[in-house]
Design a protein around this ligand. Structure first.
Ligand code: NAD
Length: 321
């Protein structure tokens, strides 16, 4: 059995590894070769914490396991990350524990991989301006991964807490992209690709602010009640997602679905585009929207890569069962 620490995950798993692993598992999900089990998430009545499991089985990649963890709001004051998680991988042939893998860094890279996969498959090839809505922990990972998918010339950004924007500006500077803080309407007018990655509970981007041809990756809404964009924008866009069952219940599409603006049948798994079953973007004027809800299989996919690379590089701790 292997133990792979947070630090080792950072050393061995790069953005390209995460992209490849998550793209493969989205493809397997769309073919019915991989499936997520129902998510458990509970307020435990201690330390204000939310705790739960995301699990699944990828028969194509032979990855079985779960991510266990949640949100401890008091952690920041102790110098720890509020989101804490660990991935458990099991041998699908025997059920034996194969690996314990730190899940915090991997959650960020697998989430950034998801939006970057959507950009790779759905954004216009001539996209030049990247709009960032959000500037928290995940935003820098999102920006770095997105920047590798198109020849962006500029980043425009808005955040609910403006004091967090310099942190994102530093990431843009690090990768050599000019950065402008702007208001939301101007962001919509300028951006060819928009990533929203906030914990908002109300629409931040309205339909009338978005240009034809824009690709939007809505990444923050992963729970019932959260919301980042206008339901009319979701209904007007061609919508893709990681998993339809999550998109309509806990994803960005939940609001457009609940208000009857669109039906579940209007949503396409991004795996269908990866597999060539759906064309993806069909015109330069179409607005495409990726509803990235976050599935356990993404975590298992990147954790499996971490375990394999850490073992190969002699960086995993090997423990007898
Ligand atoms: P964070 O706490 O570091 O940052 C929160 C962000 O939301 C900041 O930009 C903050 O300014 C903004 N925000 C807070 N309250 C807001 C409000 N009322 N209105 C608008 N914006 C507000 O969090 P993070 O780790 O960067 O995660 C951001 C979001 O992404 C969270 O909601 C998290 O649950 C979600 N998330 C989704 C996935 C996925 O797979 N889809 C994975 C990880 C995290």
């Amino acid at each position: 059995m292997l133990i792979v620490s947070e630090e080792t995950c950072k050393e061995v798993v790069g953005r390209a590894d995460a992209f490849t692993a998550v793209e493969a598992v989205f493809a397997a999900m769309a073919k019915g070769d991989a499936y997520n089990f129902p998510v458990i998430r509970e307020a435990i009545g201690h330390a204000d914490a939310l705790y739960g499991f995301k699990s699944g089985f990828d028969r194509a990649g032979l990855t079985l396991g779960l991510k266990s963890g949640g949100y401890w709001p008091g952690n920041m004051a102790k110098g720890l990350t509020n989101h804490q998680s660990t991935v458990f991988l099991f041998d699908p042939d025997s059920g034996q524990l194969q690996a314990l893998v730190g899940g915090n860094y991997l959650t960020a890279v697998r989430t950034a991989a998801a939006s970057s996969i959507s950009i790779a498959h759905l954004a216009r090839k001539d996209a030049r301006v990247l709009g960032m809505v959000g500037a928290g922990h995940q935003a820098g990972f999102q920006l770095r991964a997105a920047a590798e998918q198109r020849d962006f010339e500029k980043v425009v950004a808005w955040n609910f807490h403006p004091d967090m924007l310099p942190g994102l500006a530093a990431v843009a500077e690090d990768i050599g992209l000019p950065f402008e803080a702007t208001d939301r309407e101007q962001l919509g007018a300028e951006a060819d690709v928009i990533i929203s990655i906030t914990s908002a509970h109300e629409p931040l981007m309205m339909k009338d602010w978005i240009k034809p041809g824009t690709h939007i990756a809505c990444m923050g809404t992963d729970t019932k009640g959260k919301q980042e964009v206008d339901p009319a924008l979701v209904a007007a866009a061609t919508v893709f997602t990681d998993e339809i069952a999550q998109s309509v219940t806990i994803g960005e599409a939940q609001h457009a679905i609940a208000s009857g603006l669109m039906g579940e049948d209007a949503i396409t798994p991004i795996g269908d585009v990866i597999n060539g079953v759906h064309a993806g973007r069909r015109s330069d004027d179409e607005i495409t929207l990726f509803d990235g809800t976050g599935v356990g299989l993404q975590d298992l996919a990147v954790a499996s890569v971490a375990a394999r690379l850490a073992e190969a590089q002699g960086k995993a701790q090997v423990v007898g069962l």
